[in-house]
Design a protein around this ligand. Sequence first.
Ligand SMILES: O=C(O)CCC(=O)C(=O)O
Ligand SMILES: [Fe+2]
Length: 234
Amino acid sequence: MDAIKLKPVYALELNDQTLANMVACISRKFSSIIQIGSIYSNCREPTMEYNKHINILAETLFELLSEALGLQPDHLSSMGCNKGCSIVSHYYPPCPEPELTLGLRKHADASIMALLLQNHVTGLQVLHDDQWFDVHPARGGLVVNIGDLLQILSNDKFKSVKHRVTANRVGPRISVVCFFSGHADMLEEPFGTIKELISETNPPRYKEFVLKEYIDKVLSSPIDSKPAIDYYKL
Ligand SMILES: O=C(O)CCC(=O)C(=O)O
Ligand SMILES: [Fe+2]
């Protein structure tokens, strides 16, 4: 498998200043959803430009993920998985007593895939074998997170990863996450494991459901409640 070239994203020079511009408008909040139509003018252009490049990268990643599942390279994109990108930006201020709290609680992303950009402040951790590991920022690097919906599509071949963000004495920590939740046309359609992946020896591990129902569950569930994916496990 060829190495993925992140050059187009590098070309944007997403340095701390650009990142800071992107989130300047929400700096008084811990977390906010940027809606392209309503982004403040100081971060509208970098956000739109970033979104363009991230969509190109996502297409390549979905090709590689399709191939890894033994499918045609365009399988996931032709289903619409590379669509429905929403950008969420987080601003974690420095915290005087980080041992008493968290930046973001433990969770797995409910989406199909998330591409995460972080500034130079460490804080993101992933859970592996019951242990938390730091995901140290790499300049120009993005973190690719498999979401619960891709776990379902792949019948657990790909596993979503549990992660959290610690609070930090230094800061601010800034991250920009692009979540892919699929084309709007997928919302009313039955959703479940890709048929080609199901066989007698690999029966489905999830029941089919309507994606809109799942998303409503995700959006309306209180923090720390059962993750939406758990309702569909067989
Ligand atoms: O800020 C981060 O690095 C993680 C953000 C995150 O996990 C999320 O928005 O789902
Ligand atoms: Fe997340």
